[in-house]
Write a protein that binds this ligand. Sequence first.
Ligand SMILES: [Zn+2]
Length: 237
Amino acid sequence: MHKDLKILIDIHHLDLGLANHEKQCRSIPLEIQKIDDQVAEFRSKINNIREIIKANEKKIKMDEAMIEDHRQQQGKYRAQLFKLKSNREYQALNNEIKQLDDKISELETEILELFEDSDNKRKALRRMEKDVEQKIAESEEERKKLTQDLDREKDAYARAEKARNQLVDDLDSEISERYLKLMKKKGSGVADIIAGNCGGCFMKVRPQIAALVRGNDQLIPCEKCGRFLYWSEESSF
Ligand SMILES: [Zn+2]
């Protein structure tokens, strides 16, 4: 095989590997981010429930304070009742006391509802916390694995890149420039012949050209795309 053609094919394969490692290096962090988002979502759901329980407690305290105020007011009214002379005044004040009873009763009902709601939320919270703990543990496991994968990919990329650059240096500079230009423009600089077509641009390769390529002992560019053609195990006319 032509020395430079052999190097070009090796570079080509390393470039395919590099593209793959690069893709992984881009996609793995996105997967890690997805896991982090999921964990954050779990935590935020739990925090929301905690906030509701806290707000319930606050509201209960306010309601209790208001009941206390109403009771004190009622006590004052009751003390005044005996001092009143007219029946009308007595009725009016008695009504005030009754209205405060209604308000107290409403507040007590609300407090019961709030207690019940908090109770239910605490139960849900306990269930969720268990579930979330497990999910977080699983996520951390998955995250660790992905981080290792990412490190491996970065490593493999660096090694392949080094090997590739060394090969590029081994090439005749005119050929390496052509290859790099093709890579930049078309994404690949080398193609094998598949069923009589260029494996890069898929245009028909003339039989005379294909016959020359078959020996792999010359550098022959595709007449359409300019990629260096070679004959692989999968090649055929
Ligand atoms: Zn071509």
